[in-house]
Design a protein around this ligand. Structure first.
Ligand SMILES: C[S@@+](CC[C@H](N)C(=O)[O-])C[C@H]1O[C@@H](n2cnc3c(N)ncnc32)[C@H](O)[C@@H]1O
Length: 279
């Protein structure tokens, strides 16, 4: 069985997959995904057996722990998750647990459980780092999808998984490798304040730093693809590269008005023949 993403994640790339798959280089060495989130592209490529070596990371420690637990102790995660059930009081009990008192498998099962039963499947923490999304209303949420957890575990077997900042991709990417960047999107209604943080804690300065990493990879002969919003800053930052404007329906958005198709961009540092572009 082929694995599908285990977690629902804001900015999940399920709907953009055909656009991303159609623009991948035909062959590459190791695969790197430094903003992995739900890992839609990773799981797709793993299911197509297109990955040899893979490095994947994210700044969110709770998220990375879920993947480490699935890779290293999937049976324990399944056993614990099998005991969780859909009930509002129970949800708040599990949400209130202090992760520091739990084992790795218990922490992973807790995050998967909260993700399946919380409002909108969002991950959000308060200022003291506690998960604070309220209970969600579902018909019959599948809390323990055992076949998919096992399939995800086998896709993750040889993957280098770590909590790291995106810039550390420069330490691992080699010429001929491929990097897919899916950062928090630059807000469309941008402020004029250069250091302003978006709601995801990713500032315009971070977007510029990311472009610098993208440029350095290009110089080193590493192919890279990036998705982002269609904010003017993104067109400006990536103007030396191939910037494709695409339209995909949004997965998670609580504002009904914003549910239609909106423009996003996919940037590649190579042309349709796979030839690297320089800045
Ligand atoms: C748009 S989401 C990725 C969605 C993912 N591609 C999917 O299909 O579900 C962006 C991710 O970037 C992570 N992130 C934010 N700032 C980061 C940083 N400085 N370095 C690495 N990851 C970061 C967030 O934790 C989040 O998981």
């Amino acid at each position: 069985m082929h694995a599908r993403p285990v977690l629902k994640w804001a900015g999940g790339k399920g709907r953009l997959l055909p656009e991303l798959l159609g623009r991948l280089p035909s062959a590459f060495g190791a695969y790197h995904e430094p903003f992995v989130g739900g890992g839609a592209l990773f799981f797709k490529l793993a299911s197509q057996e297109r990955l040899d070596d893979a490095f994947f990371s994210d700044i969110n420690p709770a998220l990375i722990e879920v993947y480490i637990a699935l890779r290293d102790c999937v049976q324990d995660v399944i056993d614990i998750l099998g005991q969780h059930y859909y009930d509002e009081d129970y949800y708040y009990e599990i949400r209130a647990l202090d992760p520091a008192t739990l084992s790795l498998a218990e922490r992973a099962a807790r995050i998967i459980f909260l993700n399946k039963t919380c409002y909108n499947g969002l991950y959000r923490e308060n200022s003291s780092g506690q998960f604070n999304v309220p209970f969600g209303r579902y018909k019959n949420p599948k809390i323990c999808d055992e076949p998919n957890l096992r399939a995800a575990s086998s896709a993750l077997q040889r993957v280098d998984l770590e909590r790291r900042h995106f810039s550390t991709v420069l330490d691992s990417a080699q010429p001929g490798d491929f990097v897919y960047f899916d950062p928090p999107y630059q807000p469309l209604s941008s402020t004029s304040n250069f250091t302003a943080y978006s709601k995801d804690g990713f500032s315009e300065q971070d977007q510029v730093k990311l472009r610098d990493v993208f440029a350095e990879l290009t110089r080193r002969g590493v192919r890279a693809m990036l998705s982002n919003s269609s904010a003017p800053l993104i067109y400006e930052l990536y103007s030396p590269y191939a910037v494709h404007t695409v339209y995909a329906a949004r997965a998670i958005n609580s504002r009904a008005a914003a549910r239609g198709k909106i423009a996003e961009v996919i940037v590649c540092n190579y042309d349709e023949n796979g030839t690297l572009l320089s800045d």
